[in-house]
Ligand binder design. Structure first.
Ligand SMILES: [Cu+2]
Length: 134
């Protein structure tokens, strides 16, 4: 009993350092791409790093940054995102986003989709994102 309680306590402590909230994903059709957005809060005392996102919905998911150069708007791949302690990092339209390529099936407004965010310290954090239009 004590061992179980200790384990639960440790688990809660660790997982509270990284909080993912306000997650949503745009609708998309099978074979096409979409984007996932969220905010990561680091409530711990050390920096943590998001280095991958995975999901059953696609085998090709990467972190992107939208940038503008003159009149051009482009996207580039970002290897990892470091979230400093006590800070929040926002993925949002026109900025950082998680690019989800080649959807395995349609996702429509009102659906929910599961993603796993992989952090160097916090490990795997699973999130359920609502599908929303904007
Ligand atoms: Cu992109």
């Amino acid at each position: 009993m004590t061992a179980v309680l200790t384990f639960l306590f440790l688990f809660i402590q660790v997982s509270e350092n990284i909080v993912v909230k306000d997650q949503w994903v745009r609708p998309g059709a099978k074979g096409m791409g979409t984007a996932l957005y969220f905010t990561i809060e680091n409530n711990g005392s050390e920096a943590d790093t998001l280095y991958a996102v995975t999901s059953d919905i696609s085998d090709k998911i990467m972190i992107h940054q939208t940038y503008s150069k003159g009149d051009m708007i482009g996207m580039k791949m970002v290897k990892e995102i470091v979230i400093e302690p006590g800070k929040a990092f926002k993925f949002e339209p026109g900025g950082y986003h998680v690019m989800v390529m080649k959807l395995k099936h349609d996702i429509k407004a009102g659906d929910e989709t599961e993603f796993i965010l992989h952090f160097k310290k916090a490990g795997e954090v699973s999130v359920t994102a609502s599908v929303a239009k904007n």
